[in-house]
Design a protein around this ligand. Structure first.
Ligand code: SF4
Length: 449
């Protein structure tokens, strides 16, 4: 896949519409309009071209894209100090369901079944409830994995239950101090709310994830937050940490030097009191994403990636296996089935299990063999004025626009050029801004659900 059309002698950075001097530079990053015949091979080629193709690279080996963001509304019921939406967002109408379905079809055509799709916004629960359920059902019908990315305000137990019955795979609660929630100044102040969200989702057949934006005001809270997620790993399966970026309508500006993938990884390790290997597996460009996987037993955290040679070999040999990630049990079962089909992995796998069991023996006894898996991800979005061409060429996280998928960072840098375009639907031309249409008062507002 080719997201960019710049020639090699052009500068390696491009800047956004926010930067008066450089509109044209942002425009060189264009959506992929036509689906590729072999997106996995294309991703591998992009990893090779950007010097990211290593034995630990999952992009182009295990999947053709890590995640696609499907924005179903630009409206929100919070006002984050690091919001990536544009200043026009609240004036943009929810585009018709027909257009959402067309974009879902495009995702399936571009990347095929099994692709992770983040149903986001704005706040996706502001969309009418029946429409949100229909969107999840459509994703599931096409074999896509649907995650709901929500601030949780309207994500009631009843809604989460209905969405899980429709086939939702994961719910990602975005909770952090950028949201200025009443009475909550620090990340610790927000733990009661996180606990409330955990209880809303407990025992539903969905993965429960949390997302936190890291900024100067909360970086010192990261160790305690990591410890909180480890303590809640009976329900929480993944915690993602997005580093402050200057893009969209956020007001905090450029991040300080203290915030980087490395510094946040150090703080996360401090929080769980164990050394974690964040480089065992790669998911795209090294400067974009890092990932560590832990096993939590009797409250103690163990690095699941400590034996990186074995993990990389295992992942490489099972790269083409279908892993059912709907629940931890189904993931373990499908991984076990993949293992059975690969006799060369039997001996190293038995060795790994025995070594790990010996290391964790005391905690395993106390916990009666109960093991929780928890993943930490750090994601380093770029400032709109500092788009690095190499990273966008290697981008594994895209937004689906009306024209096709586009690197999320490139999309964030010039959202309005996509959002403010009229769309063609079966009912005629659809205008995006409220004051451009007489039907604005009758559009989907989603507040009744
Ligand atoms: S969205 Fe940006 S930070 Fe994320 S993978 Fe793509 S280029 Fe990297």
């Amino acid at each position: 896949m080719q997201f960019v059309s710049m020639t090699n002698n052009q500068k390696s950075t491009a800047t956004s519409t926010n930067c008066a001097c450089a509109v044209a530079k942002a425009e060189v990053f264009q959506p992929q309009r036509t689906p590729l015949s072999d997106p996995l091979t294309d991703m591998r080629r992009r990893m090779q071209c950007t010097d990211q193709w290593h034995p630990n690279q999952m992009a182009g080996r295990r999947w053709p894209i890590a995640c696609v963001s499907l924005e179903i509304t630009q409206r929100c019921n919070l006002d984050c100090t690091l919001c990536y939406l544009s200043n026009s967002s609240e004036a943009v109408r929810d585009f018709p369901l027909e257009e959402v379905f067309r974009r879902i079809d495009m995702i399936a055509q571009h990347y095929g079944p099994g692709t992770d799709v983040q149903v986001s916004g704005g706040e996706p629960t502001l969309r009418r409830r029946d429409e949100l359920v229909a969107i999840v059902k459509r994703l599931v019908q096409l074999g896509l994995r649907a995650s709901l990315f929500t601030n949780g305000v309207k994500a009631s137990r009843s809604l989460l239950t209905e969405l899980s019955e429709a086939g939702l795979t994961d719910v990602v609660f975005h909770v952090d101090s950028t949201q200025q929630r009443d009475g909550c100044r620090t990340e610790q102040d927000l733990n009661a709310l996180r606990q409330e969200y955990i209880e809303r989702a407990r025992n539903l057949p969905v993965g429960v994830f949390f997302s936190t934006t890291v900024h100067a005001g909360n970086i010192d809270d990261i160790p305690k937050l990591a410890a909180f997620f480890a303590e809640k790993s009976d329900v929480v399966r993944l915690a993602s940490f997005q580093l402050q970026a200057e893009t969209g309508r956020g007001i905090l500006g450029v991040r300080g030097h203290a915030i980087s993938n490395d510094s946040v990884a150090t703080l996360l390790q401090r929080g769980v009191s164990v050394s974690l290997n964040f480089n065992t597996l790669a998911a795209g460009h090294r400067d974009c994403t890092r990932c560590a996987v832990m096993l939590v037993i009797n409250g103690q955290v163990y690095d699941a990636f400590a034996d990186d040679t074995f993990i990389q070999r295992f992942m490489d040999k099972t790269a083409t296996a279908h892993i059912d990630r709907a629940t931890p049990w189904r993931a373990a079962r499908s991984l076990g089935a993949a293992l059975l089909m690969r006799p060369k992995l039997w001996l190293p796998s038995v060795r790994w299990v025995l070594a790990f069991t010996w290391k964790a023996r005391k905690d395993l006894v106390v916990a009666r063999g109960r093991v929780q898996k928890l993943t930490f991800i750090t994601h380093n979005f770029m400032d709109a004025c500092q788009l690095d061409r190499e990273r966008i060429d290697a981008c594994a996280f895209v937004a689906i626009t009306q024209d096709g998928p586009l690197s999320m960072c490139a999309y964030n840098a010039r959202r309005d050029s996509y959002l403010l375009q009229p769309l063609q639907t079966s009912a005629g031309t659809w205008q995006p801004l409220r004051d451009q249409t007489q039907e604005a008062g009758t559009e989907s507002q989603g507040m009744k659900s």
